[in-house]
Design a protein around this ligand. Structure first.
Ligand SMILES: [Zn+2]
Length: 451
């Protein structure tokens, strides 16, 4: 968390299917999904490979018991199958958001008060209340086509684990969640300087590290609390995590088979994270070429939590109409910021750093629900020069690998979970279609099927 700042009608049948099948087992009856084309998301080499996914015309996917059992062109329909004909649409793997905060929603209209806003949320909303907010935002993500998220902290005390488990039990609709529990950080977390009496508030949101042994202990505790991955705030506010602490986190996490996501916004913090051998650098707004090259060599993912110019304006002003002077002033820093982000993304691509899509959406956005707002990051990547296929890979197969779930999700292949979306037309010709999923299936269950 650092950036800055619909209504879907369910048919009765779809709602019943959701209620019955959130565990991902899916209906036992085969389902055949037809569409004009399909992008399978596969990459034949490493995720940074230039090999393109297969594009299949007159596509058919057969789904049985929540999994994909056949993918191809003009496939025979199994007897008794339910046929869903989606017409001029493109089938894709369900989208993955590798950087969410489903249990946080803040007002971003005063960027200078973000620390205070975060403090207000933590001091006034219980973990239970935030988990209920998470239930709403999780549903909005899923309806937008995001079938898996990695939730990286700012979730109260393990509220993300509660939400993940509730979704897995079929209590409510939402994406698969890879949960981080509380982020590990130096004293103060990301709150800035607080009075000593506020220590208990900090500990609602961050586990504080004081040396390598406490770092190892924090990872063990996170695993006990139900974490699927570890999140570390390398450059916090006011203090930073040290290289020794970072190394201890990485060794302990990898020994236990979980991955490490490092919040690192500037060169110094990114370098610490990369030298320690984390699995992903989140944000990485300012980073030198040498460090990017080291990321490529170590196969460390960059999760660029970038926004579009319009998104930054919407965050800043909310529903209020700015004066021409305000607009001019904001545009100046927004344009410089966007240019800087584009430059570092282009350099990362040039050096072969694998990219996984992550929104870092945690703000109230005017006219958009959480799912819609989270997909803006894909449009930011397009504006920064990524090709539509690179964007598809970042939000599917690359993110699946980063999450450690590439055996389950991220491509449309036999044996994978039937997490499938369809977008109108051809996203390789019009990339904006990626943010307008008209069909969403999770684990073989139809979540949304708009005509
Ligand atoms: Zn974040």
């Amino acid at each position: 968390m650092v950036k800055r700042i619909c209504l879907v009608l369910f048919c009765l049948t779809a709602s019943c299917l959701i209620a019955q099948n959130q565990k991902g087992s899916g209906p036992s009856q085969p389902i055949a999904i037809r569409a004009a084309r399909l992008i399978d998301g596969r990459q034949d080499g490493r995720p940074d490979s230039t090999v393109q996914s297969s594009v299949i015309n007159d596509a058919v996917i057969i789904v049985e018991a929540g999994k994909i059992t056949a993918v191809g062109s003009h496939l025979a329909i199994p007897p008794g199958a339910t046929v869903l004909d989606l017409g001029d649409a493109t089938l894709l793997p369900g989208l993955i958001d590798a950087h969410t905060h489903l249990l946080s929603e803040m007002d971003g209209t005063n960027i200078s008060l973000q620390d205070v806003e975060m403090l207000r949320i933590v001091a006034t909303q219980s973990t239970a209340e935030r988990a209920l907010l998470g239930a709403k935002l999780a549903r909005e993500d899923l309806e937008a086509g995001i079938t898996t998220v990695r939730d990286v902290g700012n979730s109260g005390v393990n509220g993300d684990v509660a939400l993940r488990d509730a979704i897995n039990r079929g209590w409510l609709p939402g994406p698969h969640i890879i949960a981080a529990t509380r982020a590990l950080a130096a004293p103060g977390g990301q709150f800035g300087r607080l009075i000593p009496e506020a220590q208990s508030i900090i500990e609602q949101e961050y586990v504080i590290l004081n040396g390598p042994e406490s770092a190892r202990q924090a990872v063990r505790q996170a695993l006990y609390n139900g974490a699927d991955c570890i999140k570390v705030i390398v450059n916090g506010n006011p203090a930073d995590v040290t290289l020794d602490e970072m190394k201890a986190v990485v060794v302990q996490a990898h020994t236990s088979g979980v991955k490490v996501a490092a919040h690192a916004t500037d060169e110094k913090a990114v370098r610490v994270a990369v030298e320690a051998g984390v699995d992903s650098v989140e944000h990485g707004y300012q980073v030198y070429d040498d460090t990017l090259k080291m990321m490529a060599e170590k196969h460390i993912f960059l999760v660029p939590t970038d926004g579009t110019e319009q998104e930054y304006l919407d965050m800043t002003f909310g529903t209020r109409q700015p004066t021409p002077e305000e607009l001019q002033q904001q545009n100046r820093w927004i344009k410089a910021y966007v240019v800087g982000n584009r430059d570092r993304l282009q350099r990362a691509l040039k050096f072969g750093v694998p990219i996984a899509a992550g929104s870092d959406m945690y703000l109230t956005m005017p006219h958009q629900n959480r799912g819609q707002a989270s997909l803006d990051v894909l449009m930011a990547y397009a504006a920064e020069g990524m090709t539509p296929m690179e964007i598809v890979h970042a939000a599917t197969s690359n993110a699946a690998e980063l999450l450690g779930w590439k055996d389950r999700i991220g491509t449309l292949e036999v044996g994978k979970l039937a997490d499938i979306i369809a977008v109108p037309g051809d996203p390789l010709k019009d990339v904006t279609s990626l943010v307008h999923a008209k069909f969403v299936m999770k684990g073989g269950v139809v979540i949304k099927n708009e005509k």
